[in-house]
Design a protein around this ligand. Structure first.
Ligand code: ATP
Ligand code: MG
Length: 267
């Protein structure tokens, strides 16, 4: 298949393009001919009822799950057959999970580990004091991107859940993403910390394309330029937040599934 191109037909490809993704788990189709395109710097939300296949889609994009058919590009590079690690090298990064943090290390040390692993220089870097200073500076700069620099010296185990989830994002930033996938970053976070999380996400560099799974429509409306609604593994609609929130078809499907979405277009 030919290279993906931007809507203008110009030679600038999307940051991420997925075409015709299919995935079945036994008899259950969880991805059914999914098409998704994220321009550089996109702010794209993925919504849909529980079990729609949102997290599965992130797994398919990152390569942790194998697609049955379809193609995935990062820029103009076909990454369909690449390992998750190779896709990270091409700039496709999902957030680490809280349980992948090192709780007995400090916040800064966690970021330093991610930075040095990404640079592939762990051993040589740790031998050099000069490099260590540089590493610490980069770690602090990365933490500052999510507003965690004041917690740099604290042990991860002392942090509340909200700041731990911010640290997940800092670790992802250490991998220099061009496309960042966030799966419900504010889920389970206390409401005071949820605001901190959302403003940190809003401040992320505008050249990173972000795909965020989120149930809270107030957050979606605040964050997203484009929204894709996934239902039973199929894309029901991709449109602006306003068009999605006033769509009868979306409302019917989303509210009809138990109303777990905090969905009030008047709020
Ligand atoms: N490894 C797996 N093996 C079999 N079925 C799976 C597997 N992972 C997910 N599923 C099923 O695939 C469907 C999609 O799950 P997925 O976790 O992607 O949904 P989701 O949209 O992220 O839901 P939620 O909003 O609850 O997070 C569900 O029916 C789930 O039970
Ligand atoms: Mg999920």
């Amino acid at each position: 298949m030919s290279e993906p191109m931007s809507e203008s037909g110009a030679s600038t490809p999307y940051a991420l393009t997925a075409r015709g993704l299919h995935k079945r788990f036994g008899g259950l189709t969880v991805a059914d001919n999914i098409h998704l395109s994220l321009p550089a710097g996109a702010r794209h939300a993925l919504i849909g009822p529980n079990g729609a296949g949102k997290t599965t889609l992130v797994g398919l994009l990152t390569g942790l799950l194998r697609i049955d058919s379809g193609q995935i590009w990062l820029g103009s590079t076909d990454v369909t057959r690449l390992s998750p690690q190779a896709r990270v090298k091409h700039g496709l990064v999902r957030t680490f999970q809280v349980n992948s943090l090192f709780p007995s290390l400090t916040v800064r040390q966690n970021v330093e580990l991610a930075l040095s692993e990404h640079a592939g220089t762990s051993r040589s870097m740790l031998r050099s004091i000069g490099s260590l200073t540089h590493l610490a500076e980069r770690a602090l700069a990365t933490l500052a991107q999510v507003g965690l620099e004041h917690e740099a010296g604290r042990r991860v185990s002392e942090l509340a859940y909200g700041p731990q989830r911010l640290l997940e994002i800092a670790l992802a930033l250490a991998l220099e993403p061009r496309v960042l996938l966030l799966d419900e970053p504010a889920a389970g976070v206390a409401s005071a910390d949820a605001e901190r999380m959302m403003s940190a996400i809003e401040r992320l560099p505008c050249d990173i394309a972000i795909l965020m799974i989120e149930h809270d429509m107030r957050i979606v409306r605040r964050f997203a330029q484009t929204v894709t609604v996934l239902v039973a593994g199929q894309v029901l609609a991709t449109d602006t937040p306003e068009a999605i929130m006033t769509s009868e078809a979306v409302r019917r499907v989303y509210l009809g599934s138990g109303g777990q979405a905090r969905y009030d277009h008047r709020s």
